[in-house]
Structures are given as C-alpha cells and as structure tokens.
Design a protein. Sequence first.
Length: 487
Amino acid sequence: MWFPLERKTRRGTVFAAFWPSSATALCAKTFDVAPLMRSAFQFESTYDDDLPDAPSDQELAEAAELRNIDEDHPAPSRSPSPRPKRVRLDDVPIRLKHRKLKRRDARQQATVTLGQAPRAATLRDHILASSSAPIPCQLDATDLPAAHGAYTAKNEGKKEKQGSQKRRSLAELLHMGFRLIPWNGRDSRPIIDAQGRIIAVLAGRPDDPTYLAAADAVYSAMKMEASALHLPRTLFSKRRGAFPALNVGTYYGKGTRSATQLDNGVYDPLLARLLANPHLNRMAVYASCECASLTHASRLLTHLPYAAVFALWAPRVYNHYHERDTELRGRFPHLPRIFPKSVFACAALNFGPDVCTYRHRDSQNAPFGWCSVAALGKFDPTQGGHLVLWDLNLVVEFPPGATILIPSATIAHSNVPVNTNAGEERASFTQYTPGGLLRFVDNNFRTEAAFESEDPEGYARMCEGKAQRWQMGVGLMSTVAELFESE
Ligand SMILES: [Fe+2]
C-alpha cells in the first residue's frame, strides 16, 4: 500500500500531505483507507454491471425508436462532453453520472455513424428463437396457378368454386385437418414454400400503441361512413362474401383501353374522406413502401412504425411494382396514387360489421405479387376472424390492427366469421395491384391489339417472352436467408 511521504523542494519547502512521523499515527488512528477502497471497488463493479460493452436488444430498440422519431428533423449537434472531473472517493455518484453520460454519448454516436444494424448472431437468435420463426409449407411456388404470361392467375374453375360460398367455423376447419397458427398480430412471420421462398408474410404491426389506436380510428371512421349512407346489398360481392365493399384506385382490366380511375359514383365523396384519413394512410404505408433507411434486421427487431412490409419481405417484387407504378404516374399525372406513399394501385374497403370472405382467389392480380390485408374491428382473434389459406392448409389467427401479405391471385383464402351475436365486429382494408395494369405499362401503355398493329416485331417478342415470365416472377421472390445475408 502506498502512502504519500514527506517531500521537500530544493529550497526546503515541504509539499507532501503527511509527515513520516505522523503518517503511521494517522493511518492507525484517524485515517482508515479500507472503507474508501471498498467504496471504490463497489463503484467499479456497479459501473461494469450497469453499462455492458455491447448494447442489448432493448437498447437497440430504444435507440432505433428515438432515431425514427427524429428522422424528419436534423440530427441534434452533440453537446461537448463535460471536462472530466478529478475523481474523489467521496464523490462516487457524480463520477457515475458522468461516465454513464459518456458511454451513452458513445453509443449514440455509433448509432449515427453505423446505423441500426444489429449483429447477425442477434438477428438469427431473434428470428429462430422467437415467435418470428418462419412457417414452412409443402407447396412449391412454381406450382401456383399463374396464367400464361403471368400477369394474372388462372380463373377459378367450376371445381374450385364448388362449395366455396360457405362461412366455415374454426372448429369445422380444424376438423377438416387445417393447421392452426396462433399469432399475436405483431411479430412478423414469413411463410416459406418447399424451396425456402417467402410466398406470404404475417407482417404484423408496429410495436406502438398509437398504431393500434390508428387502426381503431380507421374502423370507427368506416363504421360511421357506412352507417350514414346505409350501404346497400348491391355493394356486396357475390364471389367474395356478404358484406358491402368499395374498390378505389387506378385500374386496367377487362373492358378498359387505358388506365383509369375506378368510379364509385355517389360513394366517391365517402371514399375521398376515408382516403384522406391520416390513420388509414398510416396503415397503407405500413403495408407497402419504403419510408425509413433502416436495415431489414433493424425493422424486424424494433417493429418500427414506418417499416414498410412489402418492400421489407419481397424487395424485388416491390421494385417490380414500384418501377411500373413510377412509369405509370409519369405518363398519367392525372392518375395520382391513392395513398402517396403506397405502391399499390388499388384498395378495397370492406365495411363491417361482419366481414367474412368466402373461399376465393383474386385472379386478376399479379400471380407472383402480393396484396395486403389489414384486419379491423373488435373481436377475439382466437375465436374468429382467422385468415384461412386453403392451398397451404393453414388457419391463421388475425387480430385487429394486424397486416398480412399474400399472393391473393394464386392462393385461395377466406375468413372465419366473428361472433356478431356477442357484439363482435370485423372489417378489413386491402391493397392490391391489378396484373393488367402491369401489362399495360410493359406494353408501353397500350392494349395488346394496339401493340400488335403498331409494332408487330415487338409484339412477337413480347408474346415469346410470356413463356418465361412466370419463372421470372417466381425468381423475384426472396428467401429468408438472402434477406439477412444482404444486411
Ligand atoms: Fe381476396
């Protein structure tokens, strides 16, 4: 143990704290170093426990949330760190505070410099060990019923339609051998085919109570608009289910010669009000496009409110849509997107209180593309409202506020009814892009007949390319492994 001893300058001035003669006496009687040393060791161990070298997932999530909140604002300049004070053993709390601040500053600086990407091991642990584990299926995406040219799916045949217009309970479906997928409606879970391709995703929702409040607000707005207008049975879709639905957006399909805005007549003002609803816009953006320059891993770990799940889980399919949508809007500026930050061309508002779809496919959508479905209302998701994926043999719990993305053209789907007798209510909000619209853009904004007459050689090449287009579409799908390798 070292003690300061007497020291003198050349002039003889004494500058040490203790005289040798009194040091021993002081140590023995009035100066006991042990409590101070214990205090010092205690402080050091407290410090080490309190601030681990590697930030935890929770810390990453909190930092990511902070960053996301601030992303529209300039990054605040770092205030200069206070000059370190000389450490005194009787001043432990002050030193602890200072060192904590210093470490926090370092963490925040690293976040700004390196982004939010967690380590690969953390990500793997999260995905494999948590409720975000992929759901494997036996189906091979190449076997899905795409039409020649892969702009749409094959129409549903008589056999497929037979007996489809039924509301089937959960018990009935389980009895039929369906596999139940419990789901909290928040954590993302990809559904992968036999080759590991992500063919659908239970996208979930941001881990943010304000998002659930937004979903509630959307349902309330839809309910209010529907009750004010007494939506008639003529708005019911015979094919999809006995509930009123309105479709809105940019369309190209049977009977049209150009891209056009869907006309809903007297319901256009109602739709305009709903499309302007900021909560509906928030849900639309969550389902679709890129709004945050964060990594795939970060979004999964933090459930960021603006992590757009289509771009996240199927980036190549999303880009395919995005490129064509950008071309379309450039060519037809009078046809703006219905949701400025969503890549989908159309949306369907399925009004409650009893939205329960029959088994069906939306065969006019792109067969390799996805449509987003968001559940709304008030119901117990363990008892009703499930999404049934017939070709995958799955019944998925689908809580209000959650979003699921599926290839609605090629995988037959339906819902389990909710218990309206117990006061439960369900509605839904879907987004999709008609495959015909993608074809219209690919054909340089003309019908196939016009293409053939104006450019016979180009038309011949396009027809030839149709044979390989489904293969191209399947190739756009991602695998879980490649999404995380690209981090
Ligand atoms: Fe559908």
